[in-house]
Design a protein around this ligand. Structure first.
Ligand code: MV4
Length: 501
């Protein structure tokens, strides 16, 4: 057991703040690191300490292992939380933390390596009795071998890069005649993206659901699952909406898949928070797809229905504490939905929309949570992910959660940059979504309805502009308001004074 008193968060944006929020609740000191593009980022201001680690491009800052370790050692951090993306699934980073005597808040490097290699992951899970998609046992060694395997399992198949995941290095083969070129294309893409050209073959599941199970495992061999997340609403492997429970799930399937997820975690002696991804077909057959060895973007919906703070559990596990609950203690209460707010133009091929946040007003009220990091006047850097916020709602039922999400999206006002809010509203009003009738092809299948065909949507912007002009007018022109402003300033100073004690 080693108590953690100071955590360096090796990340930026909403997740850096999310992690620090829990640290503050646990009286753990927080250390931010930031790039030159992030001097004015909120995670820097939120932390107890903050250190510049390099230039804007991730390679020169958030991915600079030695620089981050140097900061951690110099400021006396006991542990590093990697968030998601960046170094979160980098085995070398986990290894270097270990060597430097700094706790990496995540699994051991060997587990990261094993699960990062998709062929090995398939093998391990298959041996542990977990269903994997029918396909090759190992990497394919020749195009002839590929062809004979495909003759055996039948088209369509997918050629996948062993070092891939999240859709990179994948090729769909609908016809035997395409095999040779698909294998070559997948290999060369894998080689240039990952420096590893091993590929394997899986039977193609035509219209699958993407359903993942959250797991927690401690260093004493205890492991539990925290139920599923339905993540099928995605576009080009970028998730847009996640919900729990999954509308597809039955109580029986949940129990079976939950047990499989726990078995999967135990099979690799996993520690910390992790996710087992499955594909589920329309006949409710489920197949292990991959394991994510990090905290995920969509973790808040699980927190909302289970009442478990996943970051807090990650920290306790990293300290060597035993899980404080068993499987039987965990229940899924009500329904949670997350909408990801991207700074992008949904009506213009989802082009990233760079620029300054002019005005932002976030939803509040019963059952609403936002995990974000942008503020009025903040300029979104072009170097990183375009997700600016996550909106999470809870309702007693799925219907209540959808209605609450519509209400919250209505309240969400952002000007200065384009966002995905309107697109998300259209999904919340889509009949198939409302009926829970969707799979991973939802967005393409419902494209017609999801396109902007309501010219009045823009009227909303007018209302914000009018209100803002009114606000500026009051702020600048009234002597009475000027006086109030001065009074407020002195009170602010008083509050600062109190805070220092
Ligand atoms: C598949 C599949 C169908 N059959 N594998 C896409 C991301 C990567 N993690 C795996 N992916 C898929 N693998 C077989 N054998 C369909 C997908 C897939 C997908 C999976 C999850 C969520 C969204 C998806 C969108 C398109 C394709």
């Amino acid at each position: 057991m080693s108590q953690i008193n100071k955590i360096l968060v090796a990340n930026r944006g909403e997740i850096a703040i999310r992690v620090m929020r829990t640290c503050r609740e646990l009286d753990i000191e927080t250390v931010a690191v930031y790039s030159e593009a992030d001097r004015t980022s909120l995670h820097v201001r939120y932390a107890h300490e903050a250190y510049l680690i390099g230039k804007a491009p991730s390679n020169e800052s958030y991915l600079n292992i030695e620089k981050i370790l140097e900061v951690a050692k110099n400021c006396g951090a006991d542990a590093i939380h990697p968030g998601y993306g960046f170094l979160s699934e980098n085995a070398k980073f986990a290894q270097r933390c270990l060597e430097e005597g700094i706790i990496f808040i995540g699994p051991n490097p060997d587990v990261i390596v094993k699960m990062g290699d998709k062929i090995q992951a398939r093998e391990v899970m298959s041996k542990a009795g977990i269903p994997v998609v029918p396909g090759t046992d190992g990497a394919i060694t020749s195009e002839e071998e590929a062809l004979s395997i495909i003759k055996e399992i039948g088209v369509p198949v997918m050629i996948k890069a062993s070092a891939g995941g999240g859709g990179k290095g994948m090729r769909l083969v609908k016809n035997e005649s395409e095999v040779v070129s698909a294998v070559r294309a997948a290999r060369s893409e894998a080689k240039s993206s990952f420096g590893d050209d091993s590929v394997y073959i899986e039977k193609y599941i035509t219209s699958p659901h993407h359903i993942e199970f959250q797991i927690l495992a401690d260093q004493h061999g205890n492991a539990v699952h925290l139920f599923e997340r339905e993540c099928s609403v995605q576009r080009r492997h970028q998730k847009m909406i996640e919900e729990t429970p999954s509308p597809l799930m039955t109580e029986e399937l949940r129990e079976t898949m939950g047990k499989a997820a726990v078995e999967a975690a135990k099979a690799v002696k996993y520690t910390g928070a992790g996710t087992i991804e499955f594909l589920v077909d329309n006949d409710l057959n489920y197949y292990f797809l991959e394991m994510n060895t990090r905290l995920q973007v969509e973790h808040p919906i699980t927190e909302r229905v289970t009442g478990v703070d996943l970051v807090k559990q990650q920290i306790k596990i990293a300290e060597g504490q035993e899980l404080e609950f068993t499987q039987d203690d965990l229940i899924q209460k009500g329904h949670a939905i997350e909408c990801r707010i991207y700074a992008e133009d949904s009506d213009n091929n989802f082009m990233p929309s760079a620029g300054k946040i002019y005005k932002i007003s976030e939803p509040l009220g019963l059952g609403v949570r936002t995990d974000g990091y942008v503020y009025e006047g903040y300029e979104i850097p072009i170097f990183y992910d375009s997700m600016i916020s996550k909106l999470i709602v809870w309702g007693k039922t799925r219907d209540e959660a959808i209605r609450r999400m519509r209400r919250a999206l209505y309240e969400y006002k952002i000007t200065g940059v384009k966002t995905s809010i309107k697109f998300l509203e259209r999904i919340m009003n889509n009949k198939n979504f409302i009926d829970g009738n969707y799979d991973t092809h939802f967005i393409e299948k419902n494209q017609e309805q999801l396109l902007n065909n309501d010219s009045c949507e823009d009227c909303d912007d007018m209302v914000i502009i009018a209100a803002f002009i009114d606000y500026l007018d009051k702020l600048g022109n009234s002597e009475k308001n000027q006086k109030e402003f001065t009074a407020a300033q002195s009170r602010w100073k008083k509050i600062q004074f109190i805070n220092h004690f």
